[in-house]
Design a binder for this molecule. Structure first.
Ligand code: CLF
Ligand code: SF4
Length: 500
């Protein structure tokens, strides 16, 4: 249990409606945005991590300027990027601040959807404050339309909150894995604090106190805070519900519960000691349990510290230092292009949101709509169904019913069709994908081969490529309506295939 001092007074709470649409359940994106104060909406609407809707339309990039770290997490091996925000086992090349600024301006001129620049490693952004703030200061001057974002373990946060606010950083992620020092001692073997290394429970106590103080100070300054938590079965899984309640009460905007990825090949303490990560069912169940108190992020891709592009894609190779040297960049023209595109996308989304809301209100005033919810998996690069089944590395899973659709999460699958892959390997990959999508009844993609089609169908997952290149939200609703009209959605649960 946290000490009573950690429980905040109610007045500390930043107003955030958990369900703006009181009529019924809208699509997740509609729910998330409805009723937000205008200023918050402005900060969220084109940030791909803070808005599930925005992640289909806007890109982010990270610059790896922060190599050092001031704590040790048992799921981290310092050869790799910070696992608090990155997929373990990934190595990013460290840039100098000047190289980083150059790269940001090059990427932002080539990808007009880019709306956010984040610093998330490869160590901790605030263990490298000079480098981190140098990048932010330069971009504030040269690309002021970009949102600035940073991710930290929180140890040094209280010391830098004023500098963060002065740098116009609107979004901060703090990784908070616990609010109980006994649990913390199982996750953090040591921290480096006031010029000495401290260990065990004492280390966890300091870290937790700093994280909580930093969270309160950021909220008091109107900075949006996302809390990342790594779910470690048997250590903090049950406890994260309490973490969620507490950070919500203190005004955090969003909670991102990420799975521990534990592999002996990564050489982490947890990996070498057979600490397992959660299954996708366990992760989704915890996210659902936390969602009662908190707005949950479910579309995190555990990006690299040098990620470039839409969430889920990595275009880093297009922007090597060598390549950007030869690029011609007109910073002002590029900024104008970004601003114009952003305005057009946001106006379009606003219109769609209003239409969805009107539809939900209409449904609410009719008799309870018939038809059970259906889970559908989608292969996509962004907002449309534009990906071949065999090229998808991941699938977005939605639950669809008469009131709209709700984003459930990302299911990773190795690519079925790798070109060079032999058939035996492809077979294994397909079986893994079928297992990962076992709770889905429909799979939407732009194309699919006959063989995987047959195997998916035999497993009770109906492939559908009729909606290729259509918007995901429209296609989901149309497929559900078609199933309803075909009499497939009687209220009883589907043939034992559903997980929950
Ligand atoms: Fe980067 Fe993080 Fe900012 Fe996003 S990522 S610093 S908040 S701009 Fe996003 Fe990537 Fe998940 Fe992070 S999907 S790992 S949550
Ligand atoms: Fe590794 Fe990040 Fe933890 Fe530091 S904060 S030990 S870089 S996971």
């Amino acid at each position: 249990m946290p000490s009573p001092a950690l429980i905040p007074p109610a007045s500390n709470t930043l107003a955030f409606p958990t369900g703006g649409c009181s009529a019924s359940r809208c699509g997740a994106s509609a729910n998330q945005h409805d009723g937000l104060p205008e200023e918050t909406m402005r900060k969220v609407q084109d940030h791909p991590c803070y808005s599930e809707e925005a992640h289909h339309h806007f890109a982010r990039m990270h610059v790896a300027v922060a190599p050092a770290c001031n704590i040790q997490c048992n799921y981290c091996n310092r050869k790799y990027d910070c696992s608090n925000e990155s997929r373990p086992g990934v190595v990013s090349e460290v840039l100098s601040p000047a190289q980083a600024v150059k790269k940001v301006l090059a990427v932002a001129s080539a990808i007009p959807q880019m709306s956010v620049l984040g610093i998330a490693g490869p160590g901790d952004a605030l263990a490298n404050p000079t480098r981190t703030f140098e990048v932010f200061a330069a971009l504030q001057q040269r690309a002021p339309d970009l949102k600035l974002c940073l991710s930290t373990n929180g140890l040094m946060l209280p010391e830098y909150v004023d500098q963060i606010a002065a740098a116009k950083v609107d979004h901060v992620t703090i990784t908070i894995n616990c609010v109980d020092a006994d649990i913390g001692a199982q996750i953090y073997p040591w921290i480096f604090w006031r010029n000495r290394r401290i260990q065990g429970r004492e280390a966890a106590e300091v870290l937790i106190a700093q994280q909580q103080k930093g969270l309160e100070m950021l909220v008091a300054r109107g900075i949006l805070v996302k809390v990342n938590s790594v779910m470690i079965p048997g250590i903090n899984d049950e406890h994260l519900k309490e973490v969620s309640r507490l950070v919500r009460a203190k005004g955090a905007f969003l909670h991102n519960v990420m799975p521990l990825i534990s592999d002996p090949a990564h050489g982490t303490w947890f990996g070498l000691n057979a600490q397992r990560g959660p299954t996708s069912e366990e992760l989704e169940a915890l996210q659902d349990a936390c969602a009662g108190d908190m707005n949950m992020m479910r579309h995190c891709r555990q990006c690299r510290a040098d990620a470039v592009g839409m969430l889920g894609e990595d275009r880093g190779e297009e922007f090597s230092l060598e390549k950007i040297e030869s690029m011609h960049i007109d910073e002002v023209a590029a900024m104008q292009r970004r601003i114009a595109l952003r305005e057009a996308i946001n106006a379009d989304l606003q219109t769609k949101r209003a239409a969805r809301h009107a539809q939900v209100i209409t449904l609410h005033h009719r008799a309870k709509p018939a038809g059970r919810p259906v889970r559908m998996a989608v292969a996509s690069r962004g907002a449309q169904i534009d990906l071949h089944f065999g090229h998808a590395k991941e699938f977005m899973v939605y639950e669809v019913d008469a009131a709209g659709h709700r984003f459930i999460g990302i299911r990773r699958a190795a690519q079925y069709c790798g070109g060079e892959t032999d058939c035996g390997e492809a077979e294994t990959t397909l079986s893994r994908t079928i297992t990962a999508l076992a709770d889905c009844e429909v799979l939407l993609c732009s194309r699919i081969g006959i063989e995987p089609w047959g195997k998916l169908e035999a497993a009770g997952i109906q492939p559908n490529s009729e909606h290729a290149m259509e918007a995901i939200d429209t296609a989901l609703d149309e497929v559900w309506q078609t199933m309803l009209a075909q009499g497939k959605l009687a209220e009883q649960a589907r043939n034992g295939q559903r997980r929950a």
